[in-house]
Design a protein around this ligand. Structure first.
Ligand SMILES: NC(=O)c1ccc[n+]([C@@H]2O[C@H](COP(=O)([O-])OP(=O)(O)OC[C@H]3O[C@@H](n4cnc5c(N)ncnc54)[C@H](O)[C@@H]3O)[C@@H](O)[C@H]2O)c1
Length: 326
């Protein structure tokens, strides 16, 4: 599959309004744009601690709410996620906000008599950081059903807590799932900005060839998150996990650098330097490099082409940069 397809994006008939949290962020903005484009009669509410962008002046289609979702008093039926910059903040944003949002969605469903097929759909963007432990080193291929969840970071623990919590609420909602250098190594040099690769000491470091990075073209991620909203609940096997590993492809840091040179030329590559940061390396060593997504593909989630997917992702970003300059 080299391009995401959209024909399978059909919202369940009871979904008339979608709340998007973190809507000012990387994923939230693109998801809002896709949903606005695909579903003309859908009402969307976007929220973020910063004012999310207004993509349309039609207030009946998009309402923008600025709110701190770590502050339950601002809730009124909403909530979101963020980062683990510090322990307390990580839990407030990644756990407490979802606990409050799930409670609010549950109370709303109860008050309006939404149950069974008409209950609210809750799509939580999790992370591969939920795995970890001896079976998840960067050289490993993860088979989800055979891999214990032993997260090596607070971020992974927080995501894990909410996967289980959302699953439990859903019984009585589908769940979906890197370190910044992995995107920075392309994003920064293509804009003329120097970048540091913190997992290798130089171009001759073996880590550039042995480390697997599980990545997905951004267009495919957004298509798949929208599909998680649309997917019939019957695609989940009874009694089995509600967690979905969004299909990705394995690339090595060396392949990333090759793609950078191909699309940005030798001058882009010159902007990359290497300095091992043991704290970053320790985190990356708790993530596996590849994951079995056969089951999730059979449910309708799409995967990038192994040979061309990464190059296409870099090309997409170059086009975005060119469009932003116009
Ligand atoms: N980008 C990835 O590669 C990736 C991978 C796995 C999981 N995720 C998850 O996907 C989600 C979105 O990621 P992203 O890349 O768009 O991140 P992002 O940082 O671009 O966006 C997150 C948004 O959340 C908002 N936010 C933070 N704290 C808030 C609060 N207290 N109240 C309201 N809003 C708040 C921020 O202002 C930001 O706009 C996150 O939950 C992240 O953990 C992302």
């Amino acid at each position: 599959m080299s391009v995401p397809t959209y024909d399978a994006l059909k919202l369940p008939s009871h979904v008339k309004t979608i709340l998007i949290t973190g809507a000012g962020g990387f994923v939230g903005q693109k998801l809002t744009e896709l949903l606005l484009e695909r579903f003309p009669s859908l009402r969307i509410i976007t929220t973020d601690i910063i004012e999310p962008p207004t993509f349309t002046s039609d207030k009946s289609r998009l309402r923008v709410v600025k709110a701190d979702l770590g502050d339950a008093s601002q809730l009124n039926g909403i909530m979101s996620g963020g980062s683990e910059a510090n322990f307390e903040l990580g839990y407030a944003v990644n756990v407490d906000s979802h606990v409050a949002l799930l409670e609010a969605a549950h109370a709303h469903a109860k008050a309006t008599g939404q149950e069974g097929a008409t209950k609210p759909v809750y799509v939580f963007v999790s992370s591969l950081a939920i795995y970890g432990g001896p079976k998840c080193r960067p050289q490993d291929f993860v088979v989800p059903d055979e891999t214990p969840l032993l997260p090596g970071t607070s971020y992974g623990v927080e995501k894990n807590i909410i996967e289980l919590y959302a699953y439990d609420y859903g019984r009585k909602a589908p769940s979906t799932a890197a370190s910044s250098f992995m995107s920075g190594v392309i994003r920064e040099p293509l804009q003329g900005i120097p970048t540091v690769v913190p997992i290798a000491s130089g171009l001759d470091d073996d880590m550039l060839d042995t480390m697997g990075c599980y990545v997905t073209r951004f267009k495919t991620v957004i298509r798949n998150i929208a599909y998680a909203i649309c997917m019939p609940e019957s695609k989940f096997k009874k009694g089995e996990s509600r967690s979905i590993n969004l299909p990705g492809i394995k690339v090595t840091p060396r392949q990333m650098l090759q793609a950078l040179e191909e699309h940005g030329g030798p001058e882009a590559l010159k902007l990359v330097s290497f300095k091992v940061d043991s704290a970053v390396l320790a985190i990356c060593e708790t993530w596996a490099g590849d994951y079995d997504s056969t089951l999730f593909q059979s449910m309708g989630f799409e995967v990038d082409d192994k040979a061309t997917g990464y190059g296409l992702a870099v090309q997409d970003f170059k086009q975005e940069l060119a469009a932003a300059k116009k």
